[in-house]
Structure formats: C-alpha cells, structure tokens
Design a protein around this ligand. Structure first.
Ligand SMILES: [Zn+2]
Length: 125
C-alpha cells in the first residue's frame, strides 16, 4: 500500500519529465525525417530555414514552443514552417508518456520508446 501511494505521487512529475524528453527526441526525429530522404548528414549542418537558408538560432529551435512563438513562420523570411515539426515533437512526447502509463517505469522502456519512435519516423518519411 505504501508503495502504491508513492507511485501516485511520482506519476505526474515522471510523466512530465518523460514528455519533455520525448519532445527532445521528437525534435531530433524531425531532423532525421527531413534529411535522410535527401541523403544529408543528420549531425551537420545546423538547422536552416528551408526557404531562405538562414541558420536558425537556438531560440528558434526550442521544440513546439518556438513554432508557436513564431506563429509557424520563419523568423527571417516569414515563410511558413510546416506544422509537421511541432506535431512530430508533440506525438513523440505522447508516445513516451503512453508507454509509461501502460508499463510504468521499466528498465526496457527506452527500447520500446525507440522502436515506436523509429516506426513513427518511418511513417512520416
Ligand atoms: Zn526563412
């Protein structure tokens, strides 16, 4: 019983941390989804606007938040940025939380999460 109560207390904080972690992974997935089909490196160069080619500043690159803050537009040329970016980030965050809700905090969770996110990025490519 004691254990149950402790789990309940930790459920929301752990869920929030996992959601943020998932969003960060989702942000990386966006790079993968966009660059792999074009045979570009997924490490270099840093993120650029697809229209004007300006390099994005770190604060243009905060998952979900930046897209909302910039109104879904490039900070330089005001061209539209695909809604796919924040959606992929959000969904990846949800995948992490869903696995946690289903299985709890288990050691093999990263592996399940990675398989799901890999599948998810394949679908998006
Ligand atoms: Zn631009």
């Amino acid at each position: 019983m004691q254990e149950m109560i402790m789990n309940d207390d930790m459920f929301v904080p752990i869920g929030v941390v996992l959601f943020i972690f998932g969003i960060l992974i989702g942000s990386f997935l966006n790079v993968v989804i966009y660059r792999i089909p074009k045979n570009e490196s997924i490490v270099f160069p840093s993120s650029k606007c697809q229209s004007c080619g300006n390099s994005l500043k770190w604060y243009h690159n905060i998952p979900i938040f930046s897209w909302v803050f910039l109104g879904g537009k490039c900070a330089f040329c005001k061209d539209k940025i695909s809604v796919q970016y924040p959606v992929v980030e959000f969904v990846t965050g949800l995948i992490f939380v869903a696995i946690y809700m289903k299985l709890g905090f288990v050691w093999y969770m990263p592996f399940i999460a990675l398989s799901f996110t890999a599948l998810f990025s394949l679908v998006m490519i």
